[in-house]
Design a protein around this ligand. Structure first.
Ligand SMILES: C[S@@+](CC[C@H](N)C(=O)[O-])C[C@H]1O[C@@H](n2cnc3c(N)ncnc32)[C@H](O)[C@@H]1O
Length: 192
């Protein structure tokens, strides 16, 4: 029997993004971290697209900048050294309401200060703002973790946001990764 190698949660989130992302699109990475998701989004939207990438940590912005320069992708990305709660005010007017994908990878930056984590209150604001900036058919993808301190509370906020989106007629999918650590799950909301 063939061995099934489970796809990493972050790879699954990227695959979900690529299903709806085309050349020339505009995307948001709400949590830049080491820049891997930002680079993936920038590669996928191509030279005619644009990515807005957010992080509150200087280290994350620097790592992402370095990766983008090394990959030749820096010219299609705006790095915002800001909380993702500021998404709506940070986007240029011409990009507002035109976002194809907003990607969140919550929690902390692996290998760095685990005290710098996303928090329920700003996550709630950011999810709502990012959703508001999606174009029709655009997709919000959020990887949430329940295994670290504060993770369960933050997951509840993500669940609440999912319920709200479902009630207002949007397509909502939840993908569980219970066998993995630190117990992640993915929320996918497609805007109607
Ligand atoms: C799990 S990491 C993201 C990994 C990243 N997507 C990558 O590809 O490497 C979570 C990131 O969220 C950032 N973060 C925490 N609070 C934030 C906030 N309010 N706004 C934006 N980023 C935040 C952390 O600094 C950390 O870099």
């Amino acid at each position: 029997m063939a061995t099934v190698i489970p796809i990493r949660v972050t790879e699954r989130a990227q695959a979900l993004a690529s299903e709806v992302l085309n050349l020339g699109d505009i995307a948001i990475d709400a949590t830049a971290g080491k820049g891997r998701d930002t680079a993936f989004l920038a590669q996928t939207v191509g030279p005619t697209g644009w990515v807005h990438s957010f992080d509150i940590q200087t280290e994350a912005i620097e790592s992402t900048h370095k990766l983008l320069v090394a990959s030749g992708l820096i010219n299609r990305v705006t790095l915002h050294h800001l909380s993702h709660a500021e998404i709506s005010t940070a986007l240029p007017e011409s990009h507002r309401g035109k976002i194809s994908v907003a990607l969140f990878n919550l929690g902390y930056l692996p290998g760095s200060d685990q005290k710098i984590i996303t928090h329920p209150e700003s996550t709630s604001t950011a999810l709502q703002s990012a959703f508001h900036e999606l174009k029709t058919g655009g997709r919000l993808i959020c990887v949430a973790y329940t295994g670290h301190p504060g993770g369960k509370e933050e997951s509840q906020v993500v669940e609440k946001f999912a319920e709200m989106c479902e009630k207002s007629g949007n397509n909502v999918e939840k993908i569980g990764y219970t066998a993995h650590q630190p117990k992640p799950w993915i929320l996918v909301v497609s805007r109607n």
